[in-house]
Structure formats: structure tokens, C-alpha cells
Design a protein around this ligand. Structure first.
Ligand SMILES: [Zn+2]
Ligand SMILES: [Zn+2]
Length: 84
């Protein structure tokens, strides 16, 4: 019996949910890899990971990491972004 079960992850590139199969989790754990950030399609297409920039949320003032550089319009943390 494996302790792994299929997991739902969100792709950082296309923001779609994808299933991370148990077998792959086991393989990644054995290799010491971090969980995949991209869905299988984006991985296959070798889509680059979005660049992340340190910044401050325009709403709550929390410092964090954002997908766009400061100066390109207001930045929102994931919490404020979902409540916009
Ligand atoms: Zn994707
Ligand atoms: Zn915020």
C-alpha cells in the first residue's frame, strides 16, 4: 500500500487545477524533488515559470511575492486578490 493519494495542484502558469498522481508523488519524494509548479501541459510545452517580484499588497500592505514587478499597476496578495 502506498501512502500517497492523487493530489490537486494549481498550475502557476495557466492557473488550471491538475491532478498530481500518487505514483509521481512517490517518485518525486524518492528523488527529493519539490512538487511540480506547472501542469503536465505547461511542463510539456516547457512554458517558463512566471517571474516573481517582491512587493507590497496595495490593499492590506502585506509584503509578499507577486507575479508582476512593482510599478505595473497595484499589487494584491492572494487573499486580497480573491476578495476584489
Ligand atoms: Zn499549466
Ligand atoms: Zn493584501
Amino acid at each position: 500500500m502506498t501512502k500517497y493519494t492523487d493530489k490537486k495542484l494549481t498550475c502557476v502558469v495557466c492557473k488550471k487545477e491538475f491532478i498530481w498522481p500518487a505514483e509521481e508523488q512517490e517518485f518525486f519524494a524518492k528523488k527529493g524533488f519539490k512538487p511540480p509548479l506547472r501542469c503536465p501541459e505547461c511542463r510539456k510545452a516547457k512554458k517558463p515559470l512566471p517571474r516573481l517580484f517582491p512587493g507590497t499588497c496595495a490593499k492590506c500592505g502585506k509584503k509578499g511575492i507577486f507575479p508582476s514587478p512593482p510599478g505595473e499597476g497595484p499589487l494584491y496578495c492572494s487573499k486580497c486578490f480573491s476578495s476584489l
